[in-house]
Design a protein around this ligand. Structure first.
Ligand code: SF4
Length: 361
């Protein structure tokens, strides 16, 4: 059976797997063995599950695909930001990047895996490569979970945190993303406090999370501290202006008891004035939120530029001067197109050129 016709393994809950095993005429404990092989030992190839009888390995292999997103390449930048590109069984590419940052607690390096949730994106943020070819489709929950698999080594994941911040807006693919996070948290045992969902500001869904007991961390891509600034670069602000977004974020922070992060990409002469810093400080202090300042990564074909190092530092100091909890991210991965959605876009362009200008995934 071709891989694309097989059922995704991650769609199976334990009861369904047990039924599959019973149907094969095998004892119940075999289901537990398969479950533990995938979720505890992190073996993602049925052929390598040596504790199973050969006939069961073959049966599972014929019927199920563990990975729904196959790595097709990857780049390691000079500063060791690793990025992998995946080809989805249904066609199209998504990317996944490991970001490295100093860990204040351990004094070592903290690795964070950034995963994608949609093919393209409909939100239209003006500075973002993911939106350049529009929205194609939502990723299924197995396609989201599969992005973790190539980063498992010796029964462990080679990263400490996950941030749902790659291509796509996670809250526009709500059900699949929640299901994927549940698999990662409840089945793989990856702690909820180590998972962050990042949204461009879909306020009604943030309120839904607040009332449903959202256990993970939330980051909001603010990128502008006034409606005027956000309107210039983020069309979502017309649907959910700050007077809707900020109360929803406050509601979630209160319900979860977790500190929210405000992501803020610093773009030259768009959102980097002292007045912007003042407005951002007011919002951050009112939410008791942490601000993560990210120098913009230039995207080919887009007009935006990152501010000078002096201007970035001045913006950071202005926030610090107002006692805002704040970090200024060191530039990582700019040599491997690490801005959101960039690697997939470059690959799509290369495919497009191969296909005589028409993009066919
Ligand atoms: S920044 Fe995020 S929400 Fe905005 S277009 Fe890019 S992927 Fe979509």
């Amino acid at each position: 059976m071709p891989e694309s016709a097989k059922k995704p393994f991650f769609d199976l809950d334990f009861d369904s797997l047990s039924s599959e095993i019973a149907e094969a005429g095998l004892p119940k404990f075999r289901a537990k063995q398969v479950w533990e092989a995938v979720y505890e030992k992190k073996i993602f190839d049925f052929a390598k599950m040596s504790s199973l009888p050969a006939a069961l390995r073959e049966r599972l292999k014929q019927r199920y695909a563990i990975s729904a997103a196959e790595p097709v390449g990857g780049k390691i930048s000079a500063d060791e930001t690793g990025k992998r590109l995946f080809e989805l069984s249904g066609g199209g590419f998504v990317e996944c990047v490991i970001l490295e940052a100093p860990d204040d607690e351990s004094g070592g390096i903290r690795k964070t895996l950034c995963v994608s949730t949609q093919l393209g994106c409909a939100q239209g943020c003006k500075f973002c490569a993911s939106t350049a070819r529009g929205f194609k489709r939502n990723l299924s929950s197995p396609e989201i979970v599969s992005q973790l698999l190539p980063f498992a080594e010796g029964g462990r994941f080679a990263f400490e945190n996950i941030v749902v911040m790659g291509m796509g807006e996670p809250l526009a693919n709500f059900d699949n993303v929640m299901k994927a996070l549940h698999i990662i948290n409840a089945r793989f045992g990856f702690g909820a406090q180590r998972i962050t969902l990042s949204t461009c500001g879909i306020a009604d869904k943030i309120s839904e999370l607040a009332s449903s007991g959202f256990p993970y961390r939330l980051a909001v891509s603010l990128h502008g501290a006034t409606n005027e600034a956000r309107d210039k670069i983020m069309p979502v602000n017309r649907r959910f202006p700050l007077e809707k977004l900020i109360p929803a974020v406050r509601e979630l922070a209160k319900a979860s008891g977790r500190m929210v992060t405000l992501e803020y990409i610093l773009i030259d002469k768009i959102n980097d004035s002292f007045k912007d810093a003042d407005e951002l400080a007011k919002i951050a202090l009112s939410l008791r939120a942490h601000v993560n300042l990210i120098p913009y990564n230039t995207v080919e074909g887009l007009p935006w530029r990152r501010p000078s190092p002096q201007r970035r530092k001045a913006f950071f100091n202005a926030l610090k001067g107002k006692n805002v909890s704040c970090t200024l991210r060191r530039e990582k991965g700019s040599d491997i197109e690490a801005a959101c959605g960039q690697l997939a876009l470059v690959t799509e362009r290369a495919k497009s050129a191969e296909n005589g200008g028409e993009f066919r995934p």
